[in-house]
Design a protein around this ligand. Structure first.
Ligand code: CP3
Length: 362
């Protein structure tokens, strides 16, 4: 193991991830280090997006901004980076202007030859590992640090589409036209994700999340055929590689956005400790589908944060009641159902945290 780290003072997140009953729900939000924070915009005014990702000192600073601002209210830090650093590590150019843009996307399977044959994550993504180690030191044990990566299907769609998409026409044509080549590419991406996640744990990450933001764009059939195998491969291989290296296994979360009708299948077959859910399912229904086999994370609609304090309180209360059932919170990590957006008033997010503390308590 690399470094010695300060003792963790708040392990609420880790206990909930293990499915335990907690005194209240731990809470963090996806994209909590982001443009809704004036202190983040100040850093971004001076530095490019990927420059922040690639400079451990800056990535650490930005990761710590919400922890400082919401001290005592937030139960986790998530390392500042992006899911698109993996396509970069595989040899693709990615720009952020202001959304993701790939000047040379993968048009046909022949373009796979342009990717690096093997990816040395220490060489290509060592800057993320350095940022994680530095952040873990500076957190001084206040909250656990989350590492992450994008899921193979979500990364595949960016690499083929060349950016965001409304229809996923190009990425889906690959699946139907070149199914075997698509599977080979998905596996190749998954192998990089495995090494990347293992490296993040070695560097100090205490919890991992895999973001499959576009999982819900596939039919359930094609999700199972194309996306799920690589997700299972990641969960299984990360655990076995950590064990083989004598490193403590950490909880793993999958956020398969938009796959609510398949939650039972995913909980049973994907191999994750925690499943993140979006707002299109009631928490009690999600719990009914997955049983006690996994912890759940989520799921307030991020747009509620634009509805004012009364609406936020009402919706948090409703979410808490639905997740808690008749007892206290058990195996539940409070979060939004997707990332926080740039226009939110940081004080309204503070109110969200305060309401979660109040209404999720046993
Ligand atoms: O959660 C955190 O605070 C950690 C940092 C983080 C970022 N992106 C920083 C970021 C994480 C976990 C991500 C994940 C990510 N990136 C996902 C999965 C989660 C999701 O939202 O579905 C995806 C799909 C991406 C790809 C990506 N990066 C997009 C589509 C965009 C542009 C859209 C937007 O929000 O503007 C980004 C840019 C990005 N990544 C920003 C941040 C803070 C905003 C860009 C900026 O600072 O100018």
């Amino acid at each position: 193991m690399a470094a010695e780290f300060p003792v963790l003072k708040n392990d609420l997140l880790l206990r909930a991830a293990r499915g335990e009953e907690t005194e209240r729900a731990p809470v963090w939000v996806m994209r909590q280090a982001g443009r809704y924070l004036p202190e983040f915009r100040e850093v971004r005014a001076q530095h490019g997006f990927f420059e922040v990702c690639r400079t451990p000192e800056l990535a650490t600073e930005v990761t710590l901004q919400p922890i400082r601002r919401y001290s005592g209210l937030l139960d986790a830090a998530i390392i500042f980076s992006d899911i698109l650093v993996v396509p970069q590590a595989m040899g693709m150019d990615v720009e952020m202007n202001p959304g993701p843009f790939f000047p040379r996307p993968l048009d046909t399977p022949a373009d796979i030859a342009k990717l690096r044959a093997t990816v040395n994550v220490d060489a290509e993504l060592g800057y993320v590992f350095e940022a994680i180690t530095m952040t873990r030191q500076r957190l001084a044990g206040e909250v656990p640090l989350i590492g992450f990566c994008g899921a193979p299907w979500t990364l595949f769609s960016y690499m083929v589409e060349g950016g965001g998409s409304r229809t996923y026409q190009k990425a889906k044509s690959w699946l139907f036209k070149y199914p075997e080549e698509s599977k080979a590419l998905l596996t190749r991406i998954a192998d990089v994700c495995v090494d990347f996640l293992v490296g993040q744990v070695k560097a100090g990450a205490q919890f991992l999340q895999v973001f499959d933001s576009w999982a819900g764009e596939l039919t359930p059939h094609h999700f199972r055929e194309f996306a799920l195998p690589s997700l299972t491969h990641i969960a299984t291989s990360v655990r076995s590689k950590l064990q083989a290296q004598g490193i403590q296994v950490v909880p793993m979360t999958l956020f398969p956005k938009g796959t609510n009708t398949q939650l039972a299948h995913i909980a049973e077959h994907a191999g994750y400790d925690v499943i993140g859910i979006d707002w299109c399912i009631e928490p009690s229904e999600a719990r009914g589908l997955v049983g006690d086999s996994v912890a759940l994370q989520g799921n307030m609609d991020p747009n509620v944060l634009y509805g004012g304090r009364e609406a936020i309180e009402r919706e948090v209360k409703r979410m808490c009641e639905s997740f808690k059932g008749r007892k206290g919170p058990k195996g539940w990590i409070a979060n939004l159902g997707h990332g926080i957006t740039p226009g939110v008033d940081p004080e309204d997010l503070r109110w969200f945290f305060e309401c979660v503390h109040k209404y999720s308590a046993r």
